[in-house]
Design a protein. Structure first.
Length: 138
């Protein structure tokens, strides 16, 4: 079980590297002046590669978590709330994919300020999930 948990934490950390950085690229994309196509294309390429890289890693974080849950008999309110928050996190991840498509199609209407606030959401989710799984308050 410890090997599985070690890989679970590895995939979680790698997933969050992407969840923290991808919206930051969106902040920069929302600030690209009109006509700066080279800069826009460079940022879009970076965002596409990052999204493609962290999507399977996020799914592996979830698969190893479910494996821990079902193979080793974990349970309790903490795990149910954790899984609910992870579902929100998955929604956030795939919403980033949709926002990336909007940027690529030139459909983005949101400001860089909106993306700065949006960028903070994974921080609070991570804090809540780590407290739930380590402290197991209920
Ligand atoms: C559906 C998704 C997930 C499930 C079912 C799940 C389930 C679990 C289970 C059963 C454990 C073992 C708990 C223990 O040994 O006490 C665990 C460990 C852990 N999980 Fe998840 N997890 C999921 C996703 C995540 C995510 C997204 C994060 C990060 C935000 C995360 C962070 C952790 C951490 C840090 C540990 C190690 C806790 C410790 O060693 O005390 N998990 N997870």
């Amino acid at each position: 079980m410890l090997w599985l948990k070690a890989f679970h934490i590895f995939f979680v950390v790698s997933w969050f590297a992407g969840l923290f950085y991808l919206p930051r690229v969106f902040v920069n994309l929302a600030m690209v002046p009109a006509g700066s196509d080279a800069e826009r294309e460079r940022l879009l390429l970076m965002a596409r590669k990052l999204y493609k890289f962290v999507t399977p890693i996020g799914l592996l974080a979830v698969v190893t978590g479910l494996w821990l849950w079902f193979a080793f008999g974990f349970g309790g309110g903490w795990l149910h709330v954790k899984v609910a928050l992870v579902t929100v996190l998955l929604g956030y991840h795939f919403y980033c994919g949709r926002l990336l498509k909007d940027f690529a199609a030139g459909r983005n209407t949101r400001s860089h300020v909106w993306y700065r606030v949006f960028n903070e959401m994974p921080v609070f989710l991570l804090l809540a999930i780590v407290i739930l799984v380590v402290v197991k308050p209920f």
